[in-house]
Design a binder for this molecule. Structure first.
Ligand code: URA
Length: 236
């Protein structure tokens, strides 16, 4: 079946439809050996040879969507030059090609990480424009005052730029975690994804994050998924 080239490229894991359009207009995509620059061009991934920079692309036969409980100490990359454990190494066997993490969690952060080979879906979840909520449980040093919580909510400065409004409140330990003497569990909900954002926000109010767990992305909950395991997402 013929489909628009940008749709095929996104499905093959080459970014969102929008970024695939840039590849096409830049003359990097060919169909059966001929470079195609028009955005309306269509091809059939089953019968045509579609190449990016001269290398034929592999279109996944199906889309895969998974949730993982990323354990602490594992890096969010496909391959680590330093040989550390990666999240991709924890995926179950038998998945179609190019199933990759959507966004990232720091090495020491644990919790919900989503995976897909659907470039369009990944883009909709990761791009700040769509403002998908990300909910974290953070074990912080000390007892944040009402003023510190208000600062987290209204925004703190990180690298000269203020964070967007967030939710922040004292909470109970999440499932599988304990309370700790001299520390407080906070529930923090953000809509952005700046590097080490929750750790830096808490540090800006004088509270160091000791444990950070992502428990929700949009409507998808971590639930009781055990660390290091994955589950497929339901169509909904
Ligand atoms: N905020 C952090 O500080 N680290 C993460 O991994 C995610 C959000």
């Amino acid at each position: 079946m013929k489909e628009r080239l940008q749709k095929i490229l996104a499905r093959a894991g080459h970014g969102s439809r929008r970024s695939a359009e840039t590849l096409i207009t830049a003359g990097r995509v060919s169909v059966n050996g001929a470079v195609v620059r028009e955005l309306g061009a269509r091809a059939d991934p089953e019968t045509d040879t579609i190449a990016l920079d001269g290398t034929p692309i592999t279109v996944a036969a199906r889309h895969a969507y998974l949730a993982m409980h990323k354990p602490r100490g594992v890096v969010t990359t496909a391959r680590d030059p330093q040989g550390r454990r990666t999240v991709v190494g924890l995926l179950p066997p038998g998945l179609p090609p190019h199933v990759l993490p959507i966004g990232r969690l720091d090495r020491d952060t644990e919790g919900l990480l989503l995976f897909t080979n659907d470039g369009e879906f990944a883009h909709r979840l990761a791009h700040p424009r769509f403002e998908i909520e990300k909910e974290y449980m953070a074990l912080v040093s000390g007892t944040p005052s009402e003023r510190a919580l208000a600062a987290l909510r209204s925004g703190v400065e990180i690298d000269g730029k203020r964070t967007r409004p967030a939710e922040a409140a004292v909470t109970h330990p999440p499932h599988g975690y304990d309370a700790r003497e001299g520390h407080t569990w906070l529930r923090v909900v953000i809509h952005e994804g700046r590097k080490r954002q929750v750790r830096l926000m808490c540090a800006a109010t004088g509270h160091q994050v000791r444990t950070l767990v992502r428990v929700r992305i949009g409507d998808v909950l971590l639930g009781r998924l055990a660390p290091g395991t994955t589950r497929p997402l339901s169509p909904r």
